[in-house]
Design a protein around this ligand. Sequence first.
Ligand code: C5P
Length: 235
Amino acid sequence: MNKHHNLPSIFVAMDFDSIDDAKNLALKIDPNKCGIKIGKELFTSSGPELVKWFHDQGFKTFLDLKYHDIPNTVSKACKSAARLGVSIVNVHALGGEEMMLSAKKGLDEIQSDTLLIAVTILTSHDEKSLQSIGLEKGLDESVKSLAQQAAKCRLDGIVCSALDLKNIKDLMPKNFIYVTPGVRPHKTNDDQKRVMTPIEAFKAGSTILVIGRPITEANDPNQIINQIYSDFPAD
Ligand code: C5P
């Protein structure tokens, strides 16, 4: 469990397009050891009913829909997510301060304890693609300034690569949370290029590790999760 927010330190990315696959995996893992991240693919195919089913099994959930729209719409979407009972919901920091403030206000209005976090710059961008959409500041500076804007709008944290933490952590509030994908217990040849091992990410300051395929494609997902935890320092 995470010390600050009473959430598991690992969230499993359920990147499936079928309810059956998602349920099968959930039945193999322990809700006391990991939460579930639901992204656009699974949510679009399976919707809120599946999220409720995960909750009924005892899982905490992170609804990773990365809202980016006008402030009023994003605020209402965050409220709907909170009413669904998810523990974490996210928005794009590129939606701007007014949008992030509105999202936060929406959650405050319903006294929600759902954590609101921001995506800064998608890790699929490089310097060239950022230039082409007019973000002249460059990658590191953009990530830094968007993370600072998220904190200014009282968001609870950001999604980022654990490799970026050394550049930004000192500038952020003390209890800010860092949700980090791109974690690989062992070397792989998949599409994640900038990776860290779980213990490296944890030492770099990650609060929650998002791990997909190394767990979802394992013969024994529980064993992988236990192995990851066994590397963590006891506290
Ligand atoms: O299978 P894998 O461990 O690569 O899954 C990582 C998850 O985190 C996927 O759901 C992916 O979409 C998500 N993610 C990411 N990088 C980001 C943001 C989200 O890999 N910057």
